[in-house]
Design a binder for this molecule. Structure first.
Ligand SMILES: NC(=O)c1ccc[n+]([C@@H]2O[C@H](COP(=O)([O-])OP(=O)(O)OC[C@H]3O[C@@H](n4cnc5c(N)ncnc54)[C@H](O)[C@@H]3O)[C@@H](O)[C@H]2O)c1
Length: 430
């Protein structure tokens, strides 16, 4: 398979052209022939015009590529090595929603031929690929696993908005259903991943490695959030404490904060779901999740407490929320926990404005029914919540906030950006 792909005798397909799939498809297409498939026709039309709907890539990333974009799954027949990178979200009960994964697997099953490879990149719980997806491939193709087609799992580690760590510069974990598949898959990824690949022992190991990377971050951030709640009650600034503790060589550098997006706040639920299936209640993972999910309401409640402490009538107060995306310097608003702050403010009928130059007003309106403001330069507020540390917000100083705020105004600095910079105004951070 590797030689034939390299010599353009066989092609690669990428199924799902989002944050993960499009960069992989384009990177491979600089070396070999690729078919990029997505069910979203509008997205395919934009991509055909060299526009990345996720706003991570620029037109120059499409240069010197050998790729066909399609929304017709039958075109996948022309490929032999299929990479699946569709979403793996959770439902409203925080349970894995595997519908997109199963649907993509059905598409591939329907066009599968003897000798084909399928590699999953979507984050799943250990066992999902072989226990859930392989039977769908067999059923839809009439072929036999391993004898007729091979499967692998290679989790994605890219970090949206991070220009330093990219697909080519992050070591990639690969795995396969047998030693031949494992080697072919590793070599194929080595074509594009300059940092090299790590050959995991099995598909389950590769699945588990990805899920614990994000679960570890989630649990550690939850611990910081718990520290922050304790120190808040004691009038100790958490960032001061962390700065001091970080002078020890083995203190882990995590910060408190909102945990949104579709990875860190979602993946632990996949692991706890699987754990429950096999009879184990993942106490620490679930506790971390519930604590992190409560932080938006906690921030809003503390804002209101401070307004009352400053003798403000909260129903006449006006709050500015800066940032609505799930993290800094990205356009992605899916699963943003800033919404939890806003919903809590709404529940108290507080007046607020939201500004975010990275987010699309139309998407925010559609997804959350919130009208972003374009400009706040002629307005005054009683509190400003800096919810996301976008680069554009980093250089504000006390003078800036003094002009923005009414008398006795409050700065809520979730990420501690203005630590040590605010001396006179009321300042609070996690
Ligand atoms: N975004 C990240 O930074 C990141 C990082 C590591 C891992 N992951 C994981 O990678 C996977 C993909 O995430 P993403 O952020 O790229 O998602 P995304 O929502 O940005 O993109 C997924 C794409 O798949 C398409 N799609 C959905 N169902 C389909 C189907 N049945 N057939 C074909 N296309 C379909 C959607 O239209 C969309 O364009 C998820 O499992 C995610 O957890 C994401």
């Amino acid at each position: 398979m590797f030689e034939e792909i390299l010599n353009n005798k066989k092609s690669i397909s990428v199924i799902g052209l989002g944050y993960v799939g499009l960069p992989i498809a384009l990177e491979f297409s600089k070396k070999v022939h690729v078919i990029g498939f997505d069910i979203n026709k509008e997205k395919i039309n934009l991509i055909k015009n060299h526009i990345d709907p996720s706003k991570e890539l620029t037109a120059s990333d499409f240069e010197n590529t050998n790729i066909e974009f399609t929304h017709n799954f039958e075109d996948l027949k022309k490929a032999d090595f299929h990479i699946i990178a569709v979403p793996t979200p959770i439902d409203k009960h925080n349970l894995p929603d595997l519908k997109p994964l199963f649907s993509a697997t059905e598409f591939v099953g329907k066009i599968l031929k003897k000798g084909d490879y399928i590699v999953y990149e979507s984050t799943v719980y250990p066992g999902c690929t072989e226990e859930e997806c392989v039977p769908i491939l067999e059923k839809n193709s009439g072929l036999n696993y391993i004898k007729d087609f091979k499967v692998g799992f290679s989790p994605e580690r890219i970090n949206p908005g991070d220009k330093k760590h990219s697909l080519a510069t992050i070591t990639k974990i690969t795995s396969g259903c047998d030693s031949e598949a494992a080697e072919n898959i590793a070599k194929i990824y080595e074509i594009i991943v300059k940092a090299g690949v790590y050959r995991a022992n099995s598909i389950k190991v590769a699945e588990a490695a990805k899920i614990i990377e994000n679960t570890q971050r989630d649990v550690n951030i939850a611990l910081m959030n718990e520290f922050s709640m304790i120190f808040n009650m004691m009038n100790i600034n958490t960032y001061d404490v962390l700065e001091a503790a970080n002078t020890k060589w083995n203190f882990l550098n995590f910060k408190p904060g909102l945990v949104g997006g579709h990875c860190i706040g979602v993946d632990p639920y996949y692991l706890s779901y699987k754990a429950k299936q096999i009879g184990y209640h993942a106490k620490m993972i679930e506790s971390g999740r519930s604590l992190n999910d409560s932080m938006g309401a906690y921030v809003a409640q503390n804002t209101l407490k401070l307004l009352i402490n400053n003798d403000k009538d909260i129903l006449k107060s006006k709050i500015l929320v800066l940032g609505i995306t799930f993290k800094e310097n990205v356009a992605d608003i899916r699963n943003s926990k800033v919404i939890d702050i806003i919903n809590e403010l709404k529940s108290y009928k507080i007046n607020f404005d939201v500004f975010d130059m990275c987010a699309s007003s139309e998407e925010v309106k559609k997804e959350y029914d919130i009208q972003l403001i374009n400009d706040y330069s002629d307005k005054k507020y009683d509190a400003v919540i800096i919810a996301v540390n976008h680069d554009n917000f980093l250089n504000f100083d006390e003078n800036y906030f003094q002009k923005l705020l009414n008398n006795d105004g409050i700065i809520i600095d979730i990420k501690g950006i203005y630590q040590h910079k605010i001396n006179n105004l009321t300042y609070w951070s996690l």
